[in-house]
Design a protein around this ligand. Structure first.
Ligand code: CAA
Length: 398
């Protein structure tokens, strides 16, 4: 159901990290059956940051190609969604604003509600553009997911950023009304301020997610949303790719539909290609699913996609998007595949060193050795401040 003005995702670009660890390497180390990772949770590898990469460098790398293709003149708001923030006060988006040379007449804000934050950013952006259709909003979702070594969550780590330019007359996907909303106070996954790794009750988190699927769909249909048969594909939040399959089976059961495994695979399978090798990127995860779908599926012009965004704690939203005819001319499929293929595989020892690394917290001067071949890097820490720099790098593509 379109609003009067078509508003949605005009451009979309992804970024990830320098390194990746395969689940074969993890399984060889911890004795797990590789089938549990590759078929049970649907993950083959996970992105790992170099020491000079973080949510800011990934975010800037994702957003830079958007600013190379479009002028920044109409961008007056940058929304940065993350649950792996680098500061408790300053919005990480201000570092990105600076690295990308955005105009000073911009509002920049950081949003948090676990993995749901990117969708909050997208919906807020749609509202801002509705108020003034001449404006565009840069929405960035960027996260590093980190669990304790040896914990069940370890195999679901990952890292990525997705940048989206939200505007009127979007070239890719129109965001439709209504939305189905759901909030419940559950402690399924959380990270107290004093911890660098997340805490999770794995089974509780899956069941909380499935409750949210029901809750959002109920609200969506009560508010006059589309019927199940009108959707060509479903993008679910993917903490691990099998979760998208579980969620869709649950939705079909809830709607009293027969569950045909082939149909479930067709509805969600094309959305899992990037997440299966990148891992959980929290706020970015569902939009990586959208990128994979648009990049790899047959022509989806005028087709409707269902989006189910879930953030532990828990907040969820179901909404529909309609794909713009001619969208394929605006995709960045080759660049997205390069984001994945350029990562260097690391061995278990290197992974462990990255996992255990912590910067000193005494406020001294600590240059960070150059590791990333990406376009932006964390150059060092000084006086409790993070210092970022642009590298001269060929991976910056329009
Ligand atoms: N071959 C094929 N499949 C196998 C297998 C084998 N050899 N061995 C096991 N499996 C299957 C199991 O049957 C199971 O499948 P089902 O769930 O369909 O039954 C699957 O592999 C996983 O096995 P386990 O349940 O035994 O795995 P586990 O106890 O190690 O934990 C997990 C799995 C709970 C997802 C854990 O990885 C975890 O805690 N992850 C982090 C939390 C998470 O991602 N929660 C998801 C919802 S919360 C959310 O979405 C927000 C967010 O981003 C965190």
């Amino acid at each position: 159901m379109p609003s009067e003005i078509a508003i949605g995702i005009h451009d979309l670009s992804i970024a990830s990290t320098q390194y990746m660890l395969t689940h074969a390497t993890l399984a060889a180390q911890n004795g797990a059956n590789l089938g549990k990772y590759e078929r049970g949770i649907g993950q083959r590898s996970m992105s790992m940051p170099a020491l000079d990469e973080d949510i800011v460098t990934m975010a800037a790398a994702a957003a830079a190609p958007i600013l190379q293709r479009h002028s920044a003149d109409r961008i007056r708001t940058v929304v940065f969604a993350t649950e792996s923030a680098v500061d408790q006060a300053k919005a990480a988006g201000i570092h990105v604003h600076s690295l990308l040379g955005l105009p000073s007449a911009t509002r920049v804000v950081e949003l948090k509600q676990a993995c749901y934050g990117g969708t909050a950013g997208l919906q807020f952006a749609v509202s801002l553009v509705h108020r003034d259709p001449a404006e565009q909003v840069l929405v960035i979702a960027s996260d590093l997911s980190k669990y304790d070594l040896g914990s069940p969550g370890e195999a679901t780590q990952g890292a990525a950023a997705v940048a989206m330019l939200v505007s009127a007359a979007p070239a890719l996907v129109r965001v439709d009304e209504p939305s189905g909303l759901f909030t419940a106070d559950v402690m399924d996954f959380w990270r107290p301020n004093y911890r660098t790794t997340a805490l999770v009750d794995g089974r509780e988190s899956i069941s909380a997610y499935l409750q949210a699927v029901e809750g959002t769909w109920k609200d969506y249909t009560e508010r006059g949303g589309r019927s199940l048969g009108e959707f060509s594909a479903f993008c679910y939040h993917q903490p691990f790719t099998k979760m998208a399959h579980k969620a869709h089976v649950h939705l079909l059961n809830y709607c009293g539909r027969e569950v045909d495994t082939g149909a479930v695979d067709r509805a969600v399978g094309p959305t899992t290609a990037y997440n299966a090798v990148i891992g959980n990127s929290y706020t970015a995860s569902m939009y990586l699913g959208l990128a994979a779908l648009l990049d790899n599926a047959d022509d989806l012009s005028n087709r409707t996609i269902g989006f189910l965004s879930y953030g532990s704690g828990a907040v969820a939203e179901f909404f529909a998007g309609t794909v713009t005819p001619g969208y394929r001319a605006h995709l960045r499929s080759a660049a997205h595949r390069a984001v994945i293929s350029r990562r260097q595989e690391i061995d278990y020892a290197r992974y462990r060193a990255i996992h255990e690394h912590a910067f000193p917290v005494d406020g001294g001067n600590y240059p960070v050795p150059r590791e990333t071949t990406g376009p932006f890097r964390l150059a060092g820490l000084s006086g409790h401040k993070r210092i970022y720099e642009l590298t001269s790098n060929p991976h910056l593509e329009a």
